[in-house]
Design a protein around this ligand. Structure first.
Ligand code: AHR
Length: 506
């Protein structure tokens, strides 16, 4: 049996767990908003059209921050279309997703929804077709108390108190050829700097995210970050990262190693950002906002042969409604581990997207709503990761895959909360076929017992492709008791291809 041994020690704390690490993303894309969050007439819709069943599931998974309204959508969006009485709102062509946007859901509806979830809003401004002035108008509308044109319009539209939105994205994926209003690094860096400076004149307390590369395989990855940050380093607080992973070429072991790529990507952006800071002789250090990440079967989307722009113009068409499996949930667990391990610098992260569109949740029009397999690792880590992130000293059997060498079979992260005396350990067994023996030295957190443990893996009658598509609760974490505790050591036998969580009394 393969083995892994870990050491948890409170002396090796990296940073406090950033609560914004457990964010998600709502874009006006496909059925994320319409028939996802919002479906007037649905049996579970309230009087404002918000789906209570989706609200309840969202509260369970508990995102701490939600990015809105895009994504590619934001780059041709006029935010003013989504305010005021519904009957007066214009229907527009959404250029990003070749869809009809009715604007029946906008800023106020989203703010109400976020309020009812109990989550923070992260708002993106359009730096594709629009610029500094419209971004200033928007922040005046959302954050200024009153007595000015836009703040008074907000009050007239029913929101007396400002929305007080703190976290702002300066555009989205502005390096992407697919982006409406794509920019060069120079153009974007200047625009982000000037827009950010002007927004801060309206509200000095905001936090700003500059767009990094759309992903690490962009030809300009690295040089984009350098050039952009040379222009806006002193104005912004974060640089963004986006990354999606999928199983390709029937090679699950390579897919299961995706977190190695995420680790490398994060390290590269930290190095680039810090190098710019050093060059500018700045004392400031930027943090990272990994504000789009997930498993996304993008190749299936491409393989259906129909480009987005060749589709008919429709309101909320079905787009990228991936049905997630057990394998996907284990990969998502390892991606969460990667983010948590980097929580000293990655202090915002959004699993994209919340519902239907590569969603943690699914909902059918006029029908059910349910959690996909990938929602469980998110929910568990959001609930249990408290206090300080620990640097886990790990030794594990390894494997090589097509793209990676020395991939640890067991991938882990951990936290320790001195106040409550609780530790949490999150482990994935990447072996497709073999259980793995785990031994954890927990003396350094003075652990006394396992309070609870759950594991997500294939149950009898299931395999790694099982999902919640047909039977909505087929794949859920199950109580896990193949573990023992003695002499300051926690031992366990991790099932093949599994994601296991330990809640430890310390
Ligand atoms: O999340 C789906 C899309 O992926 C977003 O609109 C875009 O930012 C990214 O390319």
């Amino acid at each position: 049996m393969p083995t892994a041994s870990l050491v948890l020690d409170a002396a090796y704390a990296i940073a406090p767990v950033p609560r914004r690490l457990f964010g998600t993303f709502v874009e006006h894309m496909g059925r994320c908003v319409y028939t996802g969050l919002y479906e007037p007439g649905h049996p579970h819709a309230d009087e404002t059209g918000l789906r209570e069943d989706v609200l309840a599931l969202t509260r369970e998974i508990g995102p701490t921050v939600v990015r809105y309204p895009g994504g590619n959508f934001v780059s041709s969006y006029r935010w003013e279309d989504g305010i005021g009485p519904g009957v007066e709102r214009p229907t527009r062509l959404d250029l990003a997703w070749h869809s009809i946007e009715t604007n029946q859901f906008g800023l106020h509806e989203f703010a109400d929804w976020a309020d009812r979830v109990g989550t923070e809003i992260m708002l993106a401004v359009n730096l594709g077709t629009r610029g500094l002035q419209e971004a200033c108008d928007l922040i005046e509308y959302t954050n200024h108390p009153g007595g000015s044109y836009w703040s008074d319009r907000r009050i007239a539209n029913g929101a007396h108190d400002p929305f007080e939105i703190k976290l702002w994205c300066l555009g989205n994926e502005m390096d992407g050829p697919w982006q409406v209003g794509q920019k060069t690094a120079y153009e974007y860096g200047r625009l982000a700097n000037e827009t950010g400076k002007a927004m801060r004149l309206i509200d000095s307390g905001i936090e700003l995210v500059a767009c990094g590369s759309s992903n690490s395989s962009m030809p300009t990855f690295g040089s984009w970050e350098s050039t952009v940050l040379e222009h806006c380093y002193e104005t912004v607080d974060y640089v963004s990262l986006h990354s999606y992973y999928e199983e390709l070429d029937g090679d699950p072991l390579n897919f299961l190693a995706s977190a190695v790529d995420m680790d490398n990507f994060i390290d590269a952006v930290i190095a680039t950002s810090d190098a710019v800071g050093a060059k500018l002789k700045s004392r400031k250090r930027l943090n990272l906002s990994f504000d789009e990440w997930n498993v996304w079967y993008a190749s299936r989307f491409a393989a259906d042969g129909q480009q987005v722009r060749d589709r008919p113009w429709l309101p909320h068409p079905r787009l990228i409604e991936d049905d997630y499996t057990i394998t996907d949930a284990v990969v998502v667990g390892t991606l969460l581990n990667s983010l948590l391990r980097h929580g000293d610098r990655v202090t915002v992260a959004c699993q994209a997207q919340l519902v239907n569109v590569i969603g943690l949740l699914r909902s059918e029009p006029d029908g059910d709503a349910w959690k996909q397999t990938i929602a469980y690792p998110f929910e568990q880590m959001r609930r249990l990761a408290r206090g300080q992130i620990l640097q886990v000293i790990a030794q594990s059997d390894q494997y090589d895959s097509a793209s990676y060498t020395d991939v640890p079979l067991v991938d882990a992260s951990a936290t320790y909360d001195e106040e409550t005396g609780r530790a949490a350990l999150f482990v994935a067994n990447r072996s497709l076929t073999e259980p793995t023996g785990l031994s954890v030295d927990v003396r350094g957190v003075r652990a006394t017992r396992v309070r609870a443990s759950n594991t997500l893996h294939a149950q009898p009658g299931q395999d790694r492709h099982s999902s919640n598509g047909v039977s909505h609760d087929a794949v859920t974490p199950q109580p896990f008791d193949a573990h023992a505790f003695s002499d300051g050591r926690l031992t366990a036998t991790l099932p093949p291809l599994s994601w296991t969580v330990f809640d430890i009394q310390a």
